[in-house]
Design a protein around this ligand. Sequence first.
Ligand code: HEM
Length: 479
Amino acid sequence: MDAIYLGLFGVVIGVVLWWWNEYWYVLPLKFKCLKSSTKLPPGHMGLPFIGEMISFLWYFKIVRRPDDFINAKQCKYGDGGGMFRTHLFGEPSIIVYTPAVNKFVLFSDTNFKQEWPTVELMGVTSMVAVHGKAHTRVRNFVTNAINRPDALSRIAALVQPHIVTALRSWDDMGKIKAKVETQKMSFESIAKLFLGKEPGDFLNSLDKLYQGVLPGVRAYPINVPGFAYHHALRCRRKLEKIFYMELDKRKSKNENMVETIDLMDGLMQIEDDEGDKLSDKEVVDNIVSLVLGGYISTSLVSMWAIYLLAKHPNVLEKLREENMALTKGSPEDYITSKDVSNLKYTNKVVEEVIRMANVAAFFFRKAVNDVDYKGYRIPKGWKVILFIRYLHTNPDNFKDPMYFDPNRWDVPAKPGTYQVFGAGQRLCPGNMLARIHLALLLHHLSIGYKWELMNPNADIMYLSHPTPIDGVEVKFSKL
Ligand code: HEM
């Protein structure tokens, strides 16, 4: 008898827990929506506090098919106008996953604000965290500093020595973990471009601290010892200290400086319409987040290039052919940004690697108003999760999407289906830098080296970023 009561009690508790979030979040909004004859997107709000995190982690971490998180919802609820309601990362949320809804959200700045769950880590006054004029001022500067043709030619000249030296050292090692080595190489390139620093003790200590910050970026923001976010914040504070010291050093040196030397100097010099410069905090917040955003994404696409080319020797052969035709003497000779723009096949490989790498699986906005879209309501205050990786892995958008095929770029992607760098006012300002860095790496790799995956069937993990589980171990040698 006791067992029956216990069972019944368990069922009741289960039902209450299952519906709790629906009543808590959805019921009040249903009445509001009735007045405007809209409805919430289909979906389920999951369990109290954790929402649908278990299901999310199931698809990302356990079965390792992240896109099935969306496919499963589609099977259950239909297409939902390209949206589902859910509760993830501690908040009621709307997931959007089609080009049309993505575009609607990304180009409607008055209704949706950029939101980073771990904003303290990125820096509360950094470009990613601020809005309006403060955002435009820094963004315009950074975009000009790294995307204009003259900037790209400077970037090509500055990063190639680091790429060439890295490849030589990989050959000396014979066996490398591409994830680790591409991170080192990209960090040195970005540090040179943004901070004017060469490899050495200073960079090693910065790198160590950035390695501590990284796991916190996509972690739950729980600032309690033992949690990734807490450790990341501590590392970030140490980074800030180092950058404040660097700032003071530059201030005393650069009093009469007129010429911009690197990105940090540039940030120290930019002025708004009233002639006001960025505060020290703004300079430090921005440089910390720019280095972080710049080197992690660049290194991940470099790692994926090594992995994908090893798996597709036919592509590597064509790449090699095109790049060999460009070399004038030694494979270590530097090329220019103009040379890169003439490497047609290489640029298609770049795009295809970046599409398949899906470095940013999703990013966030917050609805600042109640917003209606095609009869569905996105409620004010809810998080919007733009699930962009689904655009790139959806066969409606890319034929045979999981196949690595640079030739698909013979024709441009259908509008709105390729958003690896986001879109609208927050379009990634580093997109051209990331592309040229990858093209230069492909050039020197393909003409000078050969490599082979040691674990070609290694599983892929998807959190915090997509990575083969062995970190892409390869045997590496000169051609
Ligand atoms: C393949 C490499 C890269 C990928 C896939 C990538 C992806 C993205 C995406 C999707 C966004 C938009 C986020 C949003 O709308 O919320 C973004 C923004 C941003 N990215 Fe990148 N990124 C890459 C390289 C870089 C590099 C090299 C830098 C260094 C400058 C950089 C710095 C930034 C910054 C500062 C933002 C925020 C822009 C703003 O808020 O206005 N990224 N990136």
